[in-house]
Design a protein around this ligand. Structure first.
Ligand code: ATP
Length: 238
């Protein structure tokens, strides 16, 4: 298959709290770039998540960790637009901005994991998301495609099976992608740090260094998972 022109290549955005970014996010992002022939994928940290408690870690620090994680991979970009807006970080506002930037004809996809999809009906103007972008859903270990209800009906109406169909129109379709399953979550990483256990190899080393330097998650529980001693942080001391 001929790669699309750089200027016309489809693009996508993966939003999240990234508290912290980990190899599950990164591997999925890269596999999607290659599978969907994307010109670029924006990793977009949420400043003020509307549907969950405010993260203890600031949006600036979370965005810094995204930058560190993707250094050297030009097909992934850290998109800080939600940090520049006040109020709740509505995804629809970001999609509207991206659509204006890329123009009306460019194929644009919003990427989310299956867990996020199941809460879609609580999102601000959720049905209008497809006016601005496609939705690409990543299957995640332990999560199932909605089987009944309003969301299941809406998905059935818009669902497509072929990647090529994402390229044929700029927005409006929903595609499920099974990628390499990596059962890693930010929650698990925060819990490991808080318990004094190492999350090493679940996330890039520069991100682990950043967490340790700024003691981002060590102060919440503070007991070692093996000894019960006060936690020293995420990295073993030399
Ligand atoms: P938390 O544990 O704090 O809820 P998380 O690990 O789910 O965080 P988020 O920043 O909330 O990470 O996720 C951003 C997006 O990435 C969501 O759409 C989520 O479904 C998806 N995602 C998170 N972890 C993975 C993973 N291991 N594989 C594929 N997708 C993932």
């Amino acid at each position: 298959m001929t790669p699309p022109e750089a200027s016309a290549a489809p693009v996508a955005v993966l939003g999240g709290t990234f508290n912290p970014i980990h190899n599950g996010h990164l591997r999925s992002a890269l596999e999607l770039v290659e599978r969907l022939s994307l010109g670029c994928l924006h990793l977009m940290p949420c400043a003020t998540p509307p549907h969950r408690d405010a993260p203890q870690c600031s949006a600036l620090r979370r965005a810094d960790m995204v930058e560190l994680a993707i250094a050297g991979e030009p097909r992934l970009q850290c998109d800080r637009r939600e940090l520049a807006r006040s109020g709740p970080s509505w995804t629809i506002d970001s999609l509207q901005e991206l659509r204006a930037e890329y123009g009306p004809a460019r194929s644009l996809s919003l990427v989310m994991g299956c867990d996020a999809l199941l809460g879609l009906e609580r999102w601000h103007r959720w049905r209008s998301l497809l006016d601005f972008a496609h939705i690409v859903v990543i299957a995640r270990p332990g999560w199932q495609w909605p089987q009944e209800g309003v969301l299941a009906g809406w998905l059935a109406e818009h669902c497509i099976a072929q990647v090529a169909m994402l390229h044929q129109q700029p927005a409006g379709k929903v595609l499920m992608q099974e990628l390499r399953p990596l059962a890693i979550s930010s929650t698990e990483i925060r819990n490991l740090c808080a318990a004094g256990c190492s999350p090493r190899y679940l996330l890039p080393e520069p991100v682990l260094d950043y967490i340790d330097t700024h003691q981002l998650y060590a102060d919440t529980a503070g007991t070692d998972c093996l000894t019960g001693e006060k936690s020293p942080g995420c990295k073993p001391k030399p």
